[in-house]
Design a protein around this ligand. Structure first.
Ligand SMILES: Cc1ncc(COP(=O)(O)O)c(C=O)c1O
Length: 353
């Protein structure tokens, strides 16, 4: 068995070592330490609450986020959906940002499955909302309107760290209007590292938080939804209702525990690599470049994204093709020599164009 395992590890590393994949921080693969943690995990039936590894992960996450409890779920989308279903009833609404993931990339699951309206507000260039926008969006108790129930914010937003004092003001405005507060903290730990503030401090004003393990933290699967004991009790019911009750999930939770133990502080490396990448690309004439935490954006003067993508693919560099801007994301499978290679390849593409 050990031989088969070693062969699998060797196959995985040869297969992927040559490619530099900058499409997202979701593309990372478990390293050998994470694989070993998975193999050593003690498991049980988590729907019965008997998986010790899941229980340990949930306790660790709750502590990290300064809340009473947490529940391990399959994805960030499921985590946000469970949060919205737990906070809101049919006919109620979630006030959020128009560019936030719950607005644009989760198929409006809360509306489709929960009869919950989504009220998207225009976000500014920093990915933020304003107090006035939130106050104006909270509806009076009038049968013409949905009942405003939840404010859902995000941090980071497209890599942009949200200013804690501003988040606090937004939360106060929501609270004053009688809203519950949820944070989509898919990349909360990137914000925490960038600000040098604890995650618990950043999420203190919120009732619930969703934290992804499968992005910069490098686990293959999973998110944690955290909040009060009572909130998480109902969230567990909603997880089951959505078909998200997992059995011997300790195998996956072991990766999450490993990620929380080993991969938080190292996010600083991803941020540093992104800064070096941005600096290198900013030297290219006519390319507008900006960087936030582990994300670099390049704005193209005309639409040659597919051409750039194809040229880089020939050199083993994988990017998404977007227009007017392309997002390049650093993560634990990209090191500083990869960054040099990317800068060289993109620079040479523009020299020869
Ligand atoms: C901000 C944010 N929230 C939630 C999600 C959803 O996570 P998942 O892909 O695990 O469903 C993502 C995914 O990229 C995200 O960027």
């Amino acid at each position: 068995m050990a031989t088969a395992y070693n062969k699998m590890r060797a196959d995985i590393s040869t297969k992927h070592s040559s490619n530099i994949d900058l499409r997202s921080d979701t593309v990372t693969r478990p390293d050998s330490g994470m694989f070993e943690a998975m193999m050593a995990a003690s498991v049980g039936d988590d729907v019965y609450g008997e998986d010790q590894t899941v229980n340990a992960l949930e306790e660790k996450a709750a502590k990290l986020l300064g809340k009473e409890a947490a529940v391990f779920v399959s994805s960030g989308t499921q985590s946000n959906l469970i949060a919205m279903l737990t906070h809101c009833r049919r006919g109620e609404e979630v006030i959020t940002g128009e560019q936030y993931h719950v607005s644009v990339s989760e198929a409006h699951g809360a509306s489709v499955l929960g009869g919950i309206a989504i009220c998207p507000l225009q976000t500014n260039e920093r990915g933020s909302l304003t107090v006035d926008q939130i106050s104006a969006a909270i509806k009076p108790d009038d049968p013409h309107y949905p009942i405003s129930r939840l404010l859902c914010l995000e941090n980071t937003v497209s890599g942009e760290v949200q200013v804690p004092e501003h988040m606090l003001m937004l939360c106060r405005a929501g609270r004053q209007g009688g809203l519950s507060l949820h944070l989509d903290g898919a990349r909360l730990m990137n914000a925490s590292i960038a600000l040098e503030k604890s995650a618990a401090e950043l999420v203190d004003p919120f009732d619930s938080i969703s934290l992804c393990l499968s992005k910069g933290l490098g686990a293959p699967v999973g998110s944690l939804l955290s909040g009060s004991n009572e909130f998480i009790r109902i969230a567990r019911r909603n997880r089951k209702l959505l078909g998200g009750g997992m059995r011997q999930a300790g195998i996956l939770a072991a990766c999450g525990l490993y990620a929380l133990e080993h991969n938080i502080d190292r996010l600083a490396e991803d941020h540093a690599n992104a800064a070096i990448l941005a600096e290198g690309l900013a030297r290219i004439k006519d390319l507008k470049v900006w960087q936030q935490t582990n994300m670099v954006f390049i704005e193209l003067a005309d639409d040659h994204a597919a051409e750039l993508q194809a040229s880089l693919a020939e050199q083993g560099i994988v990017i998404s093709a977007g227009f007017p801007s392309i997002r390049l994301v650093t993560h634990l499978d990209v090191d500083s020599s990869d960054i040099e290679r990317v800068v060289d390849s993109i620079s040479s593409f523009y020299r020869n164009r």
